[in-house]
Design a binder for this molecule. Sequence first.
Ligand code: LLP
Length: 412
Amino acid sequence: MEGFNEKEGQLYVDDLPIAEIADTYGTPAYIYSGSRIQKNFNKYADALREGDLICYAVKANSNIHILKRLAQLGSGFDVVSGNELKRCIEAGADPKRVVFSGVAKSSEELELAINEEILSINIESEDEFDRIISISETLNKETKCSIRINPDIPTGSHKYIETGLKTSKFGVDTETLKNISLKAKNREFIKITGLASHIGSQISDNSLIMKSLEHLLTAHKLLLNDGHDINFLDVGGGLGITYKDEIPGDPKSLISEISKEIESLNLHLILEPGRSITGAAGALIAKVEYMKLTDYKNFAIINAGMNDLMRPALYDSWHEVKEIRKSDSDGRLYEIVGPVCESADVLAKERELNISQGDLIAFMDTGAYGSVMSSNYNSRLSVPEIIVDGSSAKIIKKRQSFEESIALEKNL
Ligand code: LLP
């Protein structure tokens, strides 16, 4: 079986009972399905035309073993820091298939990207462009850039994951686009080869991305007029997944709509999906430490907290909670809380579960923006990551030890 599935009252990942993985590696732990990651990637890859490229958004899950698998499947990468670029290189990715987004690229990060001759630095401001010019001149190296436009399109998702509004810090407005285009004209060491946009996350309505494509096509005309040789349009990531009842994005229909629109233009397409590749391929496993039944609420207190899975506290997001061993009898409504000393340390509210002390539960669809957003708050140690293929499990990140967690503070 592929991905998370239930057999005879037990939760499995592929062909392995999760209870066995928990016995071996302990809890909390993130568990991923290798086959599910591959299947999600192929939904994009199978729909693309030759020469188009998927640049997996590393921020969603940057484990180098996952990056390595994706690189082997032919993925490029979208990075937002020099260290994400270094992770890609460590994982064996070809820097020539990497695009670099982000509003605050430091000189060191730009130098690294330019020296590695990446596919594109996605410019997010005129100041940044000036810095790129000066570094390329100093290094005496040609730099390929795209301009990230801000199309001012609301997506209706949580305000923290909207990125394409004119009030947000990402991308440039038309005036700045024009200025950068003119400044780049006939300039030695700078090649503007693409245009980019990313309007936000958890999108299921293709028409939003098609609207941003219209803006990209208008910008494309402007750049052609200034004599730039544009090879690709990068429409960003953002396709949503089903956490509860949301309609998921559909890579195939989106790619087909975009391909039709750019057919006659001799342009390649880049997409930067993150969540839709790794999100549903991961779960956080935790153990019930205590039950606390009060007149007001029933708390199930578990050994994972908001530091391990930040999404519910930060975005009030909903993750399905599954019992690892299901029983048929009725449950109770629980608020599932962690050990962190914050009232926001609530991972799920009003869930009907039949659980008791020592039982294991899984927070589903946490393969993206799960482990990567964790922290050491309350001196909690970061949890291991395990990937399963068929019936074999492989640890891809060790549990942090206490000594490792204080190493940077010692012997100073
Ligand atoms: N490209 C760029 C430039 C981005 O900023 C992002 C996500 C992506 C691609 C990938 O988007 P995706 O396909 O994963 O939706 N922490 C939040 C999500 C923040 C996304 C930030 N940018 C969450 O947990 O929902």
